[in-house]
Design a protein around this ligand. Sequence first.
Ligand code: UD1
Length: 419
Amino acid sequence: MSQLVVKGLLRLNGETKVQGSKNSVLPILASTILCGGESIIHNCPMLSDVKATVNILRYLGCKVEIFGNTVVCDSSGLSGNFIPDSLMREMRSSIIFLGALIARTNSAEMCFPGGCEIGLRPIDIHLKSLESLGVRIEDDHGLFRCSAEDGLYGAKIALSFPSVGATENIMICACSAEGTTVITNAAREPEICDLAEFLNKCGAEISGAGESTIVIEGSKKLHGAVHTVIPDRIAAATLLSCCAVSGGRITLTDVIPSHLGAVLSILEECGCDIDSYGGNIIMQSPPRLNAPKIVRTMPYPGFPTDTQPLIMSVSAKSRGTALFIENIFENRYQHINGLLRMGANIKVQDRTAVVQGVSYLHGAKVSATDLRGAASLVTAALGAEGNTFIDGVKYLDRGYENFESTLSSLGANIVRTQC
Ligand code: UD1
């Protein structure tokens, strides 16, 4: 089993490029199934979740080749509509194959998806929405048998919550439905816009992505396209948080600063000096951070739940008290155990955590149990005195490309060892 060993209290300094977005590339790769030809996707981060997606595409009969950060997928040979449990359980995003397979073959069979256990993560909104498009779903002891024998037809779908994954599934599936589909209360995340842009390049007709109402004109025959995935705003927020706790100064390139609005404003509240221009962010952090007052996770453009664990690590060593309210996932405070071991002062009740900043954190042996929780432990370790030993590194590998070498290039002391 691998572990990370982080020696803290070294100031980060320098410039680094931000990787392509994990949450964009996964639905884009799944949707190449609709194209029936070759798609070329640039700026794909090489992560375990991307490898899991490629394995599913190959299992289904697609020809997939990888050249550095470019994935070439030819879905003309698609030969199946069933995804085995072992592949489904690798990650949450495997559920996006449901909409994609139904759109291409009018049928799909798969079980419940896996992914980080940060909450119950039901898929009721996905299933109900696909039913509105004419899909019949039979739940056979956890195996979902889905078919649209009479074809798919456009519908008005009002989401009870702006679920990112459900919005993506509907957008993809509705491309093949007869007539117009209108999604209201849709998710507005940048990754939704990226998916719409890719599908439109393939011949789809999707408007309104990035707003609450998305309109998909269906019955389009899609073809392959060339697309470059947007930068990963969560990976960018991770590097900024690491810099913040270290009292350093870094420049991020290949980033879209407007995608990080809510995060940058919290980091500024903490006392960081931030300058963004074009595709760059320069951040200088102060010797001692101030606590942000309230951090409330919300759907985009609100403060992202994926960055809550990171900003909690930033707050752990700040001056003052920060109040966190996690509104998206009910079990997203698992990193707190590790932070407490490192000397943080945090009290949790239900979805609320009160972080009383301390002036000193120390190294400890800690365990990560989910992707962003793992990143938050690394963040805290960079601001802690001595060595921190972090296991559960496989979670980190789901979402970060070359994480240790990126941080090392900025001056961190972080190594992966076997334990
Ligand atoms: C996506 C992101 C994840 C991010 C999350 C919220 C990807 C691959 N993952 O996950 O990094 O943390 O958005 O921004 O893009 N819900 C239901 N029923 C459903 C679907 C969702 O109740 O059918 C609930 C969830 O339990 C959760 C909330 O809706 O409480 C948000 O989930 P959702 O937006 O669907 O997140 P994901 O698409 O899984």
